[in-house]
Ligand binder design. Sequence first.
Ligand code: FES
Length: 180
Amino acid sequence: MSERNNSNEHHGKKPKVRTEMSRRQFLSYTLGGTTAFMAAGMLAPMIRFAVDPALKHKGEADWVKVVEEAKVTNEPQSFAVQVHQVDGWYESEVELTAWISKGTDGKIFALNPTCKHLGCTVNWNTNPQYKNQYFCPCHGAHYTADGKNLAVAPAPLDEYKVKVENGFVYLGQLGANTRG
Ligand code: FES
């Protein structure tokens, strides 16, 4: 017993009740909290994995109307549209950007401007050294009009699914490039 408690007893006072947390309590609270946190961290992706197919299925049906078919040229043009996105419990408005053009095969296709090196944004025909190519200003990656990677980037630009209906171009899911 501590010296202070001894002196309290000596003067006829009640010994002070210790209200501080014991080391054992502290450790059990801390470890308990950490374990719960880690369990939540492990459970979240598992729940998401279970729920995801349903969300994905819903997303696959979504098409976004972007531009009149007649306005699409052989020269790629950049289009931006607002999309209402539902990701689990989180809903947001996101801007979807695509470079849309008509290929040499006459087909309309749409590329995502996110560079496949480290994610900067590519632009069409901005570097005189790489005429009629997509160029990324960050580390110099460049791509053909079909999105094929020519240098720096390890993969072609991603491509949106495209459908043309009643004279309008619609964009669907983003996926791997089928042209590059
Ligand atoms: S991010 Fe485009 S070249 Fe590095």
